[in-house]
Design a protein around this ligand. Structure first.
Ligand SMILES: [Ca+2]
Ligand SMILES: [Ca+2]
Length: 177
């Protein structure tokens, strides 16, 4: 595995551990869901419900696929399995890419507006400058939107053990770099 890949999963694990317990649990996803819904000021109630449901789905997928010892916690070792054994976890990465991307498209039109993307990603804990750089790397259209398919592909690449120099690496760069 390339160091870029390890840096990427290490960062995302740290951010997903919203309560800082050192492992992932349903509480982390509840905390993130509350943060994201609070940040999504432009979204109506049904969109917010869709986001909450998508976060719950994201955790369910992670727990079902990666909680190897079934203790309702996903440790860093359990989490990195999806990157270390990509052939075993193709389907898993695809499922959580779909769940995460669904968060950015609460109205289901297949497009993600920058403000929604920024609110979501900064609520998860990524830096504002990193999120902007990532969105730019996705090549937004004239209305400053990217397709859900673009983001899904970006998420899959993010978990690719041999990928380097990809859009997702913008998330790992230090601010200003
Ligand atoms: Ca936690
Ligand atoms: Ca576990």
């Amino acid at each position: 595995m390339r160091t870029e890949a390890l840096d990427r999963v290490g960062l995302v694990f740290t951010l997903l551990d919203a309560n800082g317990s050192g492992y992932l649990s349903s509480e982390d996803f509840q905390l993130m869901s509350d943060r994201v819904v609070a940040a999504a000021k432009g979204s109506d109630e049904s969109a917010k419900r869709a986001m909450s449901a998508a976060f719950a789905q994201y955790w369910s997928t992670l727990a079902a696929e990666l909680d190897t010892d079934r203790d309702n916690r996903v440790t860093f070792e359990e989490y990195t399995a999806c990157v270390l054994s990509p052939e075993r976890f193709d389907r898993t990465v695809e499922q959580f890419a779909d769940s995460l991307a669904a968060l950015g498209d609460p109205d289901g039109d297949g497009l993600i507006e920058r403000p929604v993307f920024t609110a979501l990603m900064t609520a998860i804990g990524f830096g504002q400058a990193n999120v902007d750089a990532l969105f730019d790397a996705f090549g937004p259209d004239a209305h400053d939107r990217v397709t859900v398919a673009t983001w899904v592909r970006g998420i899959k690449d993010y978990y690719g053990p041999d990928k380097a120099g990809i859009a997702g690496d913008h998330l790992v760069e230090r601010a200003g770099a």
